[in-house]
Design a binder for this molecule. Structure first.
Ligand code: D5M
Ligand code: FE
Ligand code: ZN
Length: 467
C-alpha cells in the first residue's frame, strides 16, 4: 500500500517534483517497486515526473488513469485481494486508514488542528478553528440540537450543532463512523465545541468525468436471484435476446445477488425452485453462455451469494464457476473496473438499508439519493455495526478513494439514477418480483430493467423488459 505523501516524499528525496496523475496511478497500484522503476529510468535533471516517465506504460492516456488492457481492467477488487478474516485488532488499522484518507481530503480545503490542542491548552479557546475526526456517536438533544462525539488520533470532544443555524439539515444527516470536519469555537473551558460549519470529504466541485471515445455501451444490472421462485424468467430471457442483438453493447456488469443462495433467511427453502447452490450458479452460467462471446461480463457477489457476507466480499470461488464462459470476469464486492479508462465502482449496496434507516427523509423509492450520501462521505458503507457486516482490514476497502465515473449498486431491488458532481449513480434494480418478505415490509421493487450507458456521452437509458 502506498499513500500520497509517501510517494511525493520518495520523489522529493531524489530531487524531483511529481505530476498528480502519476501520484494517483502509483497509489492505485500500491507497488513501491514502480517508484524505483521510474527513478531508474529518468534523467537526473528531470524536474517533474510525468505520466510519460512511467516505464512499460502505453502512451494511451485515459484522462486521469492508464490501463494495461484499455477495454476492461479490474482496478480494485480483483480475485484474491479481499484477504482472509483477520484479528479484531485490525479494526484499529481500518479506522485509522479511514481517518487518514478521508481526513486528508477535508484538510486540503480547510486547515485543521488536533483535538488535543483544544482540550489540553487554552490557546485556541477564543478563536474559530477546524477539527477533523470520526463521528463516534451522534444524537439529538431534548431541544432538537445535534450533539456528537468527534475523535481524532489525539483525543475526543463533544460537538454541538445548534438547530437554529444555517446548514443544520446537513448536521442532521451525520451518521456514526463518518469522517467530518467542523469549523467553530470551543467553549471557554475547552469541554465542548460549538460548530458553525460542517465539511465532508465529498467529490470535488470541479470533478469532470472522463468520457472515452468509441467505447460502446455498458449494460448495468443487479440482483438476478437465480433459484428463487420469484426469479423473473421471461423478462430475463427477453433481456438476453435483446442484448444478443444489441451489437453496440460491449459490457454487462452485475452488482451482486447473482443467485438466491441457500440459508439466507429462515424458511427460504420453501421459496426456492433450485435448492442446490451449485445448480443455481450452473444455471446462471448456462444462461450467460447463450450471450455473444464478444460481450465482456463482470460478476460481483452480494449478500445472497455463496461467499462470506462481510465486506469486502471475495469473488465467487472456482468450484461454482465451471459452467461460465470465458468472457466472464469475477470480481469482489466492492470492485472498480476500468472500461476504456472510465471507472465503474461496483458495490452491492447493503449499506443502503442502513443509510435509509439513519438519514431523515430517505426512502427506498429513491436509492440514488443514498448513493449521493455515499459520494459525499467518500465511503460506501460509513456506519459500522448495523446490517452491513464489515471485515477488519488493514486498508479501508469501502472508501471511495478515486472518484469513479459511474457508481453502480443494487440490493434494494428498486432502480434509481442520479448525477452528483459529474458522477453517474445507478442503482440497477433486480430480476426478482416482490418477495413475501418485501410485501410485509412494503418494499415495492421495480424489476426487469436494465440501465444502458453510452460511455462517450455518459448518458443513461432505462430499458424495461417486464412486459
Ligand atoms: O434484499 C432486497 C431488499 O429487501 C433489501 O432492501 C433488503 C430487504 N430485505 C430482504 N430480506 C430482508 C430481511 N430479512 N431483513 C431486512 N431486510 C430485508 P436482498 O439482499 O435481495 O434480500
Ligand atoms: Fe437482492
Ligand atoms: Zn442484496
Amino acid at each position: 500500500m502506498l499513500v500520497e505523501q509517501e510517494i511525493i516524499a520518495r520523489f522529493c528525496e531524489a530531487g524531483h517534483l511529481v505530476d498528480p496523475a502519476v501520484v494517483s496511478y502509483l497509489r492505485e497500484r500500491g507497488d513501491p517497486a514502480l517508484i524505483s522503476g521510474i527513478l531508474a529510468g529518468i534523467q537526473e535533471d528531470c524536474a517533474v515526473i510525468l505520466p510519460s516517465h512511467i516505464p512499460s506504460l502505453s502512451p494511451h492516456r485515459d484522462g486521469i488513469r492508464f490501463t494495461a488492457d484499455p477495454r476492461l481492467e479490474v482496478v480494485e477488487g480483483m480475485e484474491g485481494s479481499a484477504g482472509p478474516v483477520r484479528q479484531i485488532e485490525d479494526y484499529v488499522s481500518l479506522f485509522r486508514n479511514r481517518y487518514d484518507c478521508l481526513g486528508s481530503l477535508i484538510r486540503k480545503r480547510s486547515g485543521a488542528i488536533p483535538i488535543e490542542a483544544l482540550t489540553h491548552s487554552s490557546r485556541f479557546r477564543d478563536s474559530e478553528v477546524t477539527v477533523i475526526g470520526i463521528v463516534i456517536d451522534v444524537k439529538s438533544t431534548a431541544k432538537g440540537h445535534r450533539i456528537l462525539e468527534l475523535e481524532d488520533p489525539t483525543g475526543t470532544i463533544p460537538v454541538l450543532f445548534n438547530n437554529g443555524r444555517d446548514g443544520f439539515s446537513d448536521a442532521e444527516r451525520i451518521v456514526p463512523d463518518e469522517v467530518i470536519g467542523v469549523r467553530g469555537k470551543p467553549s471557554p473551558e475547552g469541554k465542548l465545541f460549538y460548530a458553525d460549519q460542517l465539511f465532508r470529504p465529498d467529490v470535488p466541485v470541479q470533478h469532470a468525468p472522463y468520457t472515452p471515445k468509441n467505447s460502446g455501451k455498458v449494460a448495468l444490472i443487479s440482483d438476478i436471484h437465480i433459484g428463487s421462485d420469484t426469479f423473473l424468467q421471461e423478462p430475463w430471457e427477453r433481456f438476453c435476446d435483446w442484448l444478443s442483438a444489441a451489437d453496440d453493447i460491449s459490457y454487462l456488469l452485475v452488482a451482486g445477488d447473482l443467485v438466491d443462495g441457500i440459508g439466507i433467511y429462515p424458511g427460504q427453502e420453501k421459496e426456492l425452485t433450485i435448492p442446490n447452490i451449485y445448480e443455481q450458479y450452473d444455471r446462471l452460467g448456462e444462461m450467460l453462455s447463450t450471450l455473444p462471446s464478444e460481450l465482456r461480463i463482470v460478476l460481483a457477489p452480494g449478500n445472497h451469494d455463496v461467499v462470506r457476507g462481510a465486506e469486502p466480499q471475495p469473488v465467487i470461488p472456482p468450484e461454482f464457476r465451471s459452467q461460465y464462459p470465458k468472457n466472464c470476469t469475477f470480481v469482489e464486492n466492492p470492485a472498480a473496473v476500468s472500461i476504456h479508462g472510465a471507472r465503474v465502482l461496483m458495490y452491492h449496496g447493503r449499506s443502503i438499508d442502513d443509510l435509509i434507516g439513519m438519514i431523515p427523509g430517505a426512502r427506498y423509492e429513491a436509492p440514488a439519493e443514498m448513493m449521493e450520501a455515499m459520494l459525499k462521505r467518500r465511503h460506501l458503507a460509513p456506519t459500522y455495526g448495523r446490517r452491513t457486516p464489515i471485515l477488519a482490514t488493514e486498508r479501508d476497502r469501502l472508501l471511495i478513494d478515486t472518484v469513479p465515473e459511474i457508481l453502480h449498486t443494487g440490493h434494494v431491488h428498486i432502480s434509481g439514477i442520479s448525477r452528483y458532481r459529474g458522477v453517474l449513480a445507478v442503482n440497477a434494480g433486480a430480476w426478482q418480483s416482490q418477495t413475501a418478505f418485501q410485501k410485509q415490509m412494503n418494499i415495492n421493487p421495480t424489476p426487469g430493467q436494465a440501465i444502458i450507458i453510452d460511455l462517450e456521452r455518459m448518458e443513461p437509458e432505462v430499458y424495461d423488459f417486464l412486459s
